[in-house]
Structure formats: structure tokens, C-alpha cells
Design a protein around this ligand. Structure first.
Ligand code: SAM
Ligand code: DTB
Ligand code: SF4
Length: 337
């Protein structure tokens, strides 16, 4: 029986999936994964921090908030040439998506945004998928990004609506959903997920997944970040998230949003190959890889291109070429009986 894509999930159903016996959950998620994706392929993305630090928001996990004293040195918006050369290097290493992140609360209609639009256009012209994560967007800004050729916009919900104000006070869950909706009104795909390890309960995790899985259509990609505890932030002393919680979260996301890419994002650097392999078995099919050892900032390590190629090789996996994400995530690839 094939698994349908549904946007009417009940909290109790998601909770029941999350709490399945672990190996049963992984087995079901792996089976679902095979109906919608080529299980041999992993999307490999490269992050570029185009503007670093000095962010006015107070996200309690973040090294880039101006409210906390962290080891991040603020850096103004990069120039187009620098971004292009990092993207070229990424392309030469088989990366299919470049994700440009800016530590902004929101986009402003100014020359900096025009520079970002140029970057989007130039990197897209190289034949790469481009994703941006620039904070809040208005509908007209989303349309300008679409016109520049943007493939995806990342805007995470991070946690449940109930827990959100414990983590961030400078914006609301509604603000977040509004930007996602502004992106949804364009042809740009939506990338939205969250973080594990903020001190949230299982109910919060289920509630965040419930919000994501009831967006219609689902986000085309769902990043699952593991908190990287950053010295100087309010969450610096949070305990490490157990690997089985990561596996459960990925498997549940895979089960309820079967057509989406599920990305094992921040925190992967501290996982062994065996732990990562378990995440891929549970339905993760996307990662960030880097040649400078970091995700966006020095506080959050990222595995290198060479180490990742070696691991993928070892596991019999290949890097997915750009623009292979299925246009409409409605029809199963394989009928599982
Ligand atoms: N400023 C933009 C925004 O917040 O939407 C974009 C950049 S922000 C760094 C993107 C995402 O990275 C956050 O929503 C959060 O999920 C994740 N993130 C940031 N710091 C993290 C950390 N220390 N550990 C894990 N994930 C983190
Ligand atoms: C996402 O969900 N994870 C990426 C990307 N989207 C922008 C960022 C990971 C955290 C990076 C934190 C740091 O490097 O300081
Ligand atoms: Fe700013 Fe984004 Fe960090 Fe929040 S997560 S402080 S909005 S850079």
C-alpha cells in the first residue's frame, strides 16, 4: 500500500509515530523513503555566511545575536566576487545547492538587497540551486528573489508554537509563518524545519512537526538541526541531544512529509559514520558539507567535502545532481505492497 501525502495530521497520530518502537519506526520510515526518493542519493549543500553577526534578534541558541558575547566576529555583506568563487569551488566538488545566510532580522529594500539579488542570479547561472536565508521577507521581496531565479528560501520554525517565546522574544511564530506564506505565493520552494536540544519536550517536537506537516503543500525541504551549544548564549549549557532522539525526529518527519527532503543539518560533525548512516536509513537525504570546517560561523563545525565523499562512498551513496528534486511531490515513485 502506498503512503499518501497528507496535510491533515492530528497531534496524536504524529505522537504515536514518534513513539513507535525505535527499529519499527526506522523500518517504516525507510520503506516510506523508498516510495518517494532514490535512496542512493543524498543532496549535498554548501552554506555561505554572506553577512555575519551583529543580528538584532535574540534567538537564545545563536552565535550571531548582538545580545550575546560569543567568539563570532561580525562581518559586513560579502561582495559578489567572493561569493561566486566559493560557489565555484563548491560546484567543482559536486555540491548541488548553495545556501546563502545573512544575520538579518529582515530584508530591507536597499542596495544590499540588490547585491544579494545579483548573487542569486549569478550563482543560479552557474547551474546550481540557490537557497537564501535572510530573515523576514515581505511579499514583494519574495517576488524579487523569485525573479532573480532563487530556488529555495530557508525560514525555520525552530520549535513548537508553545515553546517559541521561551527561545526568541523579538519576533513571533506568526511572523515566521507569514514569511513562509509570502514565499509560498511564488515559485520559490520552501525550506523550513527546526532545532533539537533547546530544552523542549517531546510534545514540543511533535507540535513543531504538526505545524510543518499541516502546511499545504509541505515545505520541500525540512532541516533538522542539532543544537550546537555556543559559549556566551543562554543555551550554552544544554546537554547533548541523544542520537536516538535525532533518529526519531528524522524518521517521524520522513513518515509525515514523505515527499520532502529531510536534512541532517547542524550538529552532524559530532556524529560518527554509523550514527549518520542510521539517520540516512531513517530517511535523511540531505546534508551540508564544507571546505572551511564551519556551517555559518566558527561556533558550529561542519564536516569537509573530502570526508563526506569518503563516507558517502563507503555507504554506497551518491551526490544528487542539482534540480532533481521532484517538481511535484504528489506521486509515489514505487508502489510498496
Ligand atoms: N537570520 C536568519 C534566520 O534566523 O532566519 C537566517 C540564519 S539562522 C543562522 C538559520 C537557522 O540556523 C536558525 O533558524 C536555526 O534553526 C539554525 N541555527 C542557528 N544557530 C544554531 C545553533 N547554534 N545550533 C543549531 N542550529 C542553529
Ligand atoms: C538550517 O536549518 N541550518 C543551517 C541553515 N539552515 C542556515 C544553519 C545551521 C546553523 C549554523 C550556526 C552557525 O554556524 O553559527
Ligand atoms: Fe539573527 Fe537568525 Fe541568529 Fe536569530 S538565528 S539571532 S535571526 S542570525
Amino acid at each position: 500500500m502506498s503512503v499518501e501525502i497528507r496535510c491533515d495530521w492530528q497531534i496524536e497520530e504524529i505522537q504515536a509515530i514518534y513513539n513507535l518502537p525505535l527499529l519499527e519506526l526506522v523500518y517504516q520510515a525507510a520503506s516510506t523513503h523508498r516510495q518517494y526518493h532514490n535512496p542512493q542519493q543524498i543532496q549535498v549543500c554548501k552554506l555561505i555566511s554572506i553577512k555575519t553577526g551583529a543580528c538584532p534578534e535574540d534567538c537564545s541558541y545563536c552565535a550571531q545575536s548582538s545580545r550575546y558575547n560569543t567568539e563570532v566576529t561580525p562581518q559586513a555583506l560579502l561582495d559578489g566576487e567572493t561569493v561566486l568563487s566559493i560557489a565555484q569551488q563548491a560546484k567543482a566538488n559536486g555540491i548541488s545547492r548553495v545556501c546563502m545566510g545573512a544575520a538579518w532580522r529582515e530584508v530591507r529594500d536597499n542596495s544590499q538587497f540588490d547585491r544579494v539579488l545579483d548573487m542569486v542570479k549569478n550563482v543560479t547561472d552557474m547551474g546550481l540551486e540557490v537557497c537564501c536565508t535572510l530573515g523576514m521577507l515581505t511579499d514583494s521581496q519574495a517576488k524579487k528573489l523569485e525573479a532573480a531565479g532563487l530556488y529555495a528560501y530557508n525560514h525555520n520554525l525552530d520549535t513548537s508554537p508553545e515553546y517559541y517565546s521561551t527561545i526568541i522574544t523579538t519576533r513571533t511564530y506568526g511572523d515566521r509563518l507569514k514569511t513562509i506564506d509570502n514565499v509560498r505565493q511564488t515559485n520559490v520552494t520552501v525550506c523550513s524545519g527546526g532545532i533539537l536540544g533547546l530544552g523542549e519536550s517531546v510534545e514540543d517536537r511533535v507540535s513543531m512537526l504538526h505545524t510543518l506537516a499541516n502546511l499545504n503543500p509541505h515545505p520541500e525541504s525540512v532541516p533538522i538541526n542539532i543544537l550546537s551549544q555556543v559559549e556566551g548564549t543562554p543555551l550554552e549549557n544544554q546537554p547533548d541531544v541523544p542520537i536516538w532522539d535525532v533518529v526519531r525526529m528524522i524518521a517521524t518527519a520522513r513518515m509525515i512529509m514523505p515527499g520532502s527532503d529531510v536534512r541532517l543539518s547542524a550538529g552532524r560533525a559530532r556524529l560518527s559514520q554509523v550514527e549518520q548512516a542510521f539517520c540516512f536509513m531513517a530517511g535523511a537525504n540531505s546534508i551540508f558539507s564544507s571546505d572551511d570546517g564551519k556551517m555559518l560561523t566558527v561556533t558550529t563545525p561542519c564536516p569537509g567535502y573530502d570526508a563526506d565523499k569518503e563516507m558517502l562512498n563507503l555507504l554506497g551513496l551518491e551526490m544528487r545532481p542539482p534540480f532533481q528534486c521532484r517538481e511535484k511531490i504528489t506521486d509515489p515513485l514505487i508502489e510498496v505492497t
